[in-house]
Write a protein that binds this ligand. Sequence first.
Ligand SMILES: NC(=O)c1ccc[n+]([C@@H]2O[C@H](COP(=O)([O-])OP(=O)(O)OC[C@H]3O[C@@H](n4cnc5c(N)ncnc54)[C@H](OP(=O)(O)O)[C@@H]3O)[C@@H](O)[C@H]2O)c1
Ligand SMILES: *[C@@H]1O[C@H](CO)[C@@H](O)[C@H](O)[C@H]1NC(C)=O
Ligand SMILES: *[C@@H]1O[C@H](CO)[C@@H](O)[C@H](O)[C@H]1NC(C)=O
Ligand SMILES: *[C@@H]1O[C@H](CO)[C@@H](O)[C@H](O)[C@H]1NC(C)=O
Ligand SMILES: *[C@@H]1O[C@H](CO)[C@@H](O)[C@H](O)[C@H]1NC(C)=O
Length: 355
Amino acid sequence: MRPSIPISVLVAIVQASPLQNSIKDDGQHPIKPSPPSSAPVSPIPSVGLGLWNSKPSDVPHAIASAFSSNYTHLDGAAAYNNEPSVGSALSDKHAPARHTYWLTSKLWNTMHKPVNVPKAFNKTLSDLNTTYLDLYLMHWPVAFLPDNPGRTIIDQDTSITDTWRAMETLASAYQASNGAYGAHYIGISNFSPRQIDEILKMCTICPYAHEFETHPYLQQQEFVNWHIEHDMKVIAYSPLANLNPTYKDVMPELPPILEDKFWVGAAQKKNVSVAQAVLGWNVQRGAIVIPKSVHAKRIEENLGALKVEFSEEELQDVQKEDKKIRFNNPSKDWGVELFEGLDGGSNRFVIEDEL
Ligand SMILES: NC(=O)c1ccc[n+]([C@@H]2O[C@H](COP(=O)([O-])OP(=O)(O)OC[C@H]3O[C@@H](n4cnc5c(N)ncnc54)[C@H](OP(=O)(O)O)[C@@H]3O)[C@@H](O)[C@H]2O)c1
Ligand SMILES: *[C@@H]1O[C@H](CO)[C@@H](O)[C@H](O)[C@H]1NC(C)=O
Ligand SMILES: *[C@@H]1O[C@H](CO)[C@@H](O)[C@H](O)[C@H]1NC(C)=O
Ligand SMILES: *[C@@H]1O[C@H](CO)[C@@H](O)[C@H](O)[C@H]1NC(C)=O
Ligand SMILES: *[C@@H]1O[C@H](CO)[C@@H](O)[C@H](O)[C@H]1NC(C)=O
């Protein structure tokens, strides 16, 4: 007998989503806990290397370059389809010791059911050849049913709080094992204010960090400040705005931020590169930036964000350059509401008829 589709299942066809929809893993990945040799990195370093769109064949060189430039933070995810390659780079004989750098990964949408959370986590640990993560994030506040290649089926029966509770067990395991196995910190990504509130109302172990899109064209200054005031780290993704080629169709008429007159001027004045100025502004307002590159020179250049300083007056000028453009919003593809109440997101106060 064919099972009927439960009424609670929503179907949406995915159009050219940059991320894969299903991460197959049936295998067991028991991790052998390994007592840490030293205290881990904490707090999270201000600049990390992003790993989305880094081809597995480019990853070893990118990570080796990052380590030689003294990066101590890597931002990966199961959905980036390169974790085994990241793992071999981390296992290279020239790689620094595990406790000397911060490693983030993320739980993909198909693994939100509480029973799947430790499986996905162990699979990531096994791919990365490590026994703990510094930070494990819920990649999106959206649960998909597992294993539906080619289309996305929303899992209406798994809430973000169900998934969070399961993630808390990974953080408890870390504490109970004194760092031999588990997630040192857990966090969220791409959450709306209302979704953050839902987690804060129920969490026993609360989000250490929130990773979301923010850059000079999508500043969200109030939202950033709210996190800092509530002791939640802001990890700014796509910190170079429209440089990610995946975003080229969102606003094709907008030139790359590296050619933006305002930013070219700001960089010249400071004798730094435009990328350094753009990243440095985010760092100065308290965000952590995770620029992605697979080129050694750019990787080293981006760490130079740490030497950039803006005056109060300059910060006010930057504020005027906000374009409130969100480049990463799969809301339509997935058939779900995202970023409710935020710039470039859905806003429940907008009356659609009037648009
Ligand atoms: N949580 C989430 O949902 C989420 C979503 C998006 C991104 N992220 C994370 O955030 C990271 C960064 O965001 P992103 O990858 O979207 O975009 P990004 O880091 O803002 O920009 C990356 C692009 O800029 C180029 N680039 C980097 N440094 C440069 C420089 N100094 N000069 C000129 N070009 C430069 C890179 O090219 P080359 O590689 O060719 O150098 C790449 O095409 C991701 O890799 C991922 O780790 C997370
Ligand atoms: C994950 O690994 C831990 C540590 O070895 C183990 O206790 C746990 O049972 C594993 N979980 C799954 C689902 O494989
Ligand atoms: C990295 O740190 C080491 C040791 O502090 C230093 O000698 C080296 O110059 C640094 N490399 C870069 C590229 O800054
Ligand atoms: C995993 O890391 C350990 C050291 O922690 C190393 O001995 C081992 O060779 C690595 N395994 C792989 C498959 O790279
Ligand atoms: C500008 O920066 C470059 C490279 O970092 C350096 O060689 C040069 O001396 C700097 N110029 C001034 C005027 O500070």
